[in-house]
Design a protein around this ligand. Structure first.
Ligand code: PGA
Length: 254
């Protein structure tokens, strides 16, 4: 059985007091109201990791993640944060290759291959993001593009390593735009990604990897998207900043 996951990417939002309030509300609502076994991941800015970690405590199904990490262990990389530091702050997941990192910070698939394998070496679970821009979809090249992203960043991994990766398909045109991919479009791409993994590794490996959908997921559309056979959960941006909405998205798995 694949793990069901709902991850909240706060991006560059919330002061520490705001983040603590948001996390406390989510933790309480999830504990009181959720009737499913999905893992919930809170992904605040780096500086809030320790503070949020102490609120999560020893919860069995709520985890902490970071939004990025560097591809070296330590050294003269001013402003960067290493995988080992994230682990020491209580994070167990790290988002790598978010489209905003690719776009604004010029992260390439080659760099992401290094980051993914480095995160794994440090026992951090990468949430590897892929997805096409609108013009690529309109040109009918979305599958080719996503295939290339997955191949370049992940296919250097061994079977045992790739099994530990979570993939997030996030069509760039759906991120923060209110325009969600239809459940069919999400399912089609998720099945396509799973097939690439099956062809390269094995069906067993492909069947063990959680593939999340991201892009304008809201309480209103989560159930339909999550009910698709190859969709194992969501990477949530905007709606993760509202405790009620985020909890209701987790409840879509009830
Ligand atoms: P969104 O963001 O839910 O606000 O569209 C998703 C993401 O960027 O991970």
């Amino acid at each position: 059985m694949r793990k069901k996951i709902v991850a909240g990417n706060w991006k560059m939002n919330c002061t520490l007091p705001e983040g603590k309030k948001l996390a406390s509300e989510v933790i309480h609502m999830v504990e009181d109201e959720v009737n499913n076994d999905a893992d919930v991941i809170l992904i605040p800015p780096f500086i809030h990791l320790t503070g949020i970690h102490s609120l999560i405590g020893s919860s069995n199904n709520i985890f902490l993640g970071a939004q990025n990490c560097h591809q070296h262990q330590s050294g003269a990389f001013t402003g960067e944060v290493s995988a080992e530091m994230l682990i020491s702050a209580g994070a167990t997941y790290v988002i790598l290759g978010h489209s905003e990192r690719r776009e604004y910070f010029h992260e390439t698939d080659e760099l992401l291959a290094d980051k993914v394998s480095f995160a794994l070496d440090n026992n951090l679970t990468p949430i590897f993001c892929c997805g096409e821009k609108l013009e690529v979809r309109e040109a009918g090249k979305h599958e080719d593009l996503v295939k290339t992203q997955v191949e370049k960043a992940l296919f250097g991994l061994t079977k045992d390593q790739i099994k530990k990766v979570v993939i997030a398909y996030e069509p760039v045109w759906a991120i923060g735009t209110g325009k969600t991919a239809t459940a069919e479009q999400a399912q089609e791409m998720h099945a396509f990604i799973r097939k690439q993994i099956a062809d390269k590794y094995s069906q067993d490996v492909a069947d063990s990897i959680s593939i999340l959908y991201g892009g304008s997921v809201k309480p209103e559309n989560a159930k339909e998207i999550f009910s698709q056979p190859d969709v194992d959960g969501g990477l949530i941006g905007g709606a993760s900043l509202k405790s009620r909405d985020f909890t209701n998205i987790v409840k879509a798995f009830d």
